[in-house]
Design a protein around this ligand. Structure first.
Ligand code: PLP
Length: 419
């Protein structure tokens, strides 16, 4: 990093500040994680210099013999990790992965069922301004009003009524396990294809904690940087019969040259996620989430669906006399990073909803366990109960900083930034 420091101190300084922020605070955004130094080395390697349009053995550029090795490793490891017949490791992001599947399976104007954004879905599941909502006729399903669980009666009846070409399962803010078999049954009954976007819980699937969608779905998409703990990117898994269509729709369909350095990072991530230690990690992520949920509920906060069985929880903060925007800002002042989030049937606006989304993947990567989650929960409650008490918030921030010293963020260049 000495080169960067000398050549471009402004950028170097911003990165250093971010490294400090990550080290000194509690990263609790459910979609974030700390990737390993090995993944970061691969993603920061000379592979960023290489153009490699095409696929291993069939490139439009010379000099691809080594990037072919890297991409083949990534493909084989992804297939073996999730038990899939085909893997495309080139999508630059989760959104790109979803778009490539839509282009493969749908024609503009086709009807698709997806989870409502306001009830936990993702932008790419049919939000009006997103290309998914602009090109296709997305119909939203949701959760039931009492238990806040996916409403399979509603999904089945919408499927019967609208006869969608495809059903999209998966979520960005749903604290419960997703029963892929039930989606598969409904898709079969109405003759629809099934796509599962497991972006949030792919790491839990890899760890064997969440049921695997691959046996049930025609297409499975994911990001690689959330619970899976890889570089910021995307992945598509499918049955072999869709391989050609998927490959053609990623390149040249929506992308040009693949990011070979990021694909190298994904190859490393898939190997890490197949190791025994990753199973333990997945188990700890869920255990930590459950302990944190208990502490929050014991102190008067309401959780959507009454708890969690994955890596995240949706906390209704209105019982603390505030909305999600203020809760996010208050926690931020203590060094706790979360994001405000709509809760199902929210009566408040998206820019100041009733809830916050809280996750444990990043803290668990740092080695924090249930003892630390008890403390974190108490700090969150104390901060939310005292949003105007500057002294109290500062004291919490100091305590958090002190605890964080014992749980270093895994980064090969941490020492350089700390200097
Ligand atoms: N799908 C789901 C369920 C997500 O939660 C996200 C990101 O938050 C994405 C897709 C999109 O991923 P990306 O931000 O890499 O485009």
């Amino acid at each position: 990093m000495n080169h960067l420091r000398e050549q471009d101190p402004a950028v170097w300084d911003a990165i250093r500040s971010e490294a400090r922020r990550q080290q000194e605070g509690l990263e609790m955004i459910a979609s974030e994680n700390y990737t390993s130094p090995a993944v970061m080395e691969a993603a920061g390697s000379v592979l960023t210099n290489k153009y490699a349009e095409g696929y291993p053995g069939r490139r439009y550029y010379g000099g691809c013999e080594y990037v072919d090795v890297v991409e083949s490793l990534a493909i084989d490891r992804a297939k073996s990790l999730f038990g899939a017949e085909h893997a495309n490791v080139q999508p630059h992001s989760g959104s790109q992965a979803n778009m490539a599947v839509y282009l493969t399976a749908l024609e503009p104007g086709d009807t698709v069922l997806g989870l409502d954004l306001a009830q936990g879905g993702h932008l790419t599941h049919g939000m009006k301004l997103n290309i998914s909502g602009r090109l296709y006729n997305f119909i939203s399903y949701g959760v039931d009003a009492e238990q806040h669980r996916l409403d399979f009666d509603q999904i089945a009846s919408l499927a019967k009524e609208h006869k969608p070409k495809m059903i999209v399962a998966g979520a960005s803010a749903y604290p419960r396990e997703i029963p892929h078999d039930r989606f598969a049954q409904i898709a079969r009954d109405c003759g629809a294809l099934l796509m599962v976007d497991m972006a949030h819980y792919a790491g839990l699937v890899a760890a064997g904690i969440h049921n695997n969608p691959v046996p049930y779905a025609d297409f499975v998409t994911t990001t690689t940087h959330k619970t899976l703990r890889g570089p910021r990117s995307g992945l598509i898994l499918s049955q072999e019969k869709y391989a050609k269509g998927i490959n053609r729709n990623v390149f040249p369909g929506i992308q040009g040259g693949p990011l070979m350095h990021v694909i190298a990072g994904k190859a490393v991530c898939f190997a890490e996620a197949s190791a025994e230690a990753f199973k333990e990690y997945g188990r700890a992520v869920v255990e930590n989430a459950q302990v944190l949920a208990e502490v929050l509920m014991a102190n008067g906060l309401q959780l959507v669906s009454g708890g969690t069985d994955n890596h995240l929880m949706l906390v209704d903060v209105t019982t603390m006399g505030m909305g999600g925007k203020r809760a996010e800002a208050t926690l931020d002042r203590c060094g706790i990073t979360v994001n405000m989030n709509m809760i199902p049937f929210d009566t408040r606006k998206p820019m100041d909803p009733s809830g916050i989304r809280v996750g444990t993947p990043a803290l668990t990567t740092r080695g924090m366990g249930t003892k630390e989650m008890q403390r974190v929960g108490q700090w969150m409650v104390a901060a939310l109960q005292n949003p105007d008490d500057e002294q109290r918030l500062t004291a919490i921030r100091d305590e958090i900083r002190e605890m964080c010293v014992s749980f270093p963020v895994p980064a090969a260049d941490a020492a350089e930034y700390a200097a």
